[in-house]
Design a protein around this ligand. Structure first.
Ligand code: KG4
Ligand code: ZN
Length: 340
């Protein structure tokens, strides 16, 4: 089953062809970061317009690189939620047109489910059930992945996403936007105990997290040092911030792994590229099989959407020409469009 997949939920326009959920035949990603960096963040309307201009050419390129013509496509997949609504609608509209023209099934994919599925592309033997930690620019979730399409949220952030906190701290340290990867590099040169930073709880649910207080602590520490003219150990601050984020993520993931009892733990999302997080998880879970996608598959791409689409299709979760995009949609609730 060759699935032509699209991802336009934020600031990457991406198309890919994936075979049977596991094999990347092609994957093209066109990042818009250079444009949005001028504004210090993603400008939704610009993102939608860029997707509109480039999505058709990317589809052609994905087919060309896969060595397929249109007749070799067996299904068309698209991220329909969550994300920037205008951006999502470009992909959804294009995928609907493609599925209709080709007479092939249309397969809607939840972006977070796609991030998890990036692991299926790299680890051919990986299969649920597993505990999952998904950390991206928009989401921070601890999940029970009982099956490919049966996913339950154990906990999530109650305010900022982990990636958002990385980006805000990176911005005040002058590392540009999005600064997660640059902060990772800076932190590697600093001591994780250089500054004492809070590790707030997310409320009553032991799996919930909060990053806004930690972010504010770093920003006010920097502000007051700058006002007083006292020097700041920037690498130490980056390392201490990263260590606090890692503690919060890793302790909850380890607890979830213990409670769920699965032998596998899966990491996913853009922040899964973070070197300290990868090390901390590895150290904290010596008795589990830990799966972490290669850095190239951590960020947004369409191959991960094509991978998850195979399992959505196998479960019968297809879309039709009434498919819409959704800015917010819980990762569990993908069954409303299942055809009877
Ligand atoms: O999953 P993703 O590509 O987009 C969303 O779905 O949000 O995640 C992007 C996020 C950004 O916040 C970016 O700064 C962060 O992932 N990120 C990192 C690293 N690489 C990317 N954060 C920390 N360390 C990294 N190495
Ligand atoms: Zn993402």
């Amino acid at each position: 089953m060759n699935i032509l997949a699209f991802e336009t939920s934020c600031d990457e326009t991406a198309a890919a062809v994936v075979r049977d959920g596991r094999e990347i035949l092609s994957s093209v990603v066109l990042s818009q970061i250079d444009i949005h960096a001028l504004y210090g963040g993603v400008v939704p309307e610009i993102a939608s317009r860029r997707h509109m201009e480039t999505v058709a050419a990317l589809a052609e390129e994905a087919l060309r690189q896969a060595g397929l013509d249109k007749n070799g496509v067996d299904g068309v997949a698209v991220t329909h939620a969550p994300g920037l609504i205008g951006a999502l609608l470009v992909g959804v509209g294009f995928a609907k047109g493609a599925a209709f023209a080709l007479g092939k099934p249309l397969i809607p994919v939840h972006h977070i489910r796609g991030h998890i599925a990036a692991n299926y592309l790299h680890f051919p033997d990986l299969a649920p059930p597993f505990t999952a930690l998904v950390v991206s620019g928009g989401h921070t979730l601890i999940l029970d992945a009982a099956d490919y399409t049966r996913i339950r949220v154990l906990g999530s952030t109650v305010d900022d996403a982990a990636g958002e906190a990385f980006d805000k701290v990176a911005r005040v340290l002058g590392l540009g936007y999005p600064g997660g990867a640059a902060l990772d590099a800076l932190a590697a040169r600093g001591a994780p105990d250089a500054y004492r930073l809070p590790r707030p709880h997310g409320g009553d649910n032991p799996y919930d997290m909060s990053f806004s207080g930690l972010k504010t602590a770093v920003l006010s520490l920097l502000n007051s040092a700058r006002m007083r003219g006292t020097p700041v150990d920037e690498a130490g601050l980056a390392a201490s911030f990263t260590a606090a984020v890692c503690d919060m993520l890793v302790s909850r993931t380890a607890r979830a792994a213990g409670e769920l009892g699965y032998d596998k733990v899966v990491l996913a999302g853009g922040v899964a590229a973070n070197s300290a997080l990868r090390r901390a998880l590895t150290a904290a879970l010596p008795d589990r099989r830990l799966y972490m996608p290669p850095v190239a598959l951590c960020g947004d791409n369409a191959a991960m959407i094509g991978a998850q689409a195979y399992y959505e299709w196998a479960s019968g979760a297809l879309g039709d020409m009434s498919l819409n995009g959704y800015a917010n949609l819980p990762v569990e609730s993908c069954s409303f469009y299942v055809n009877p």
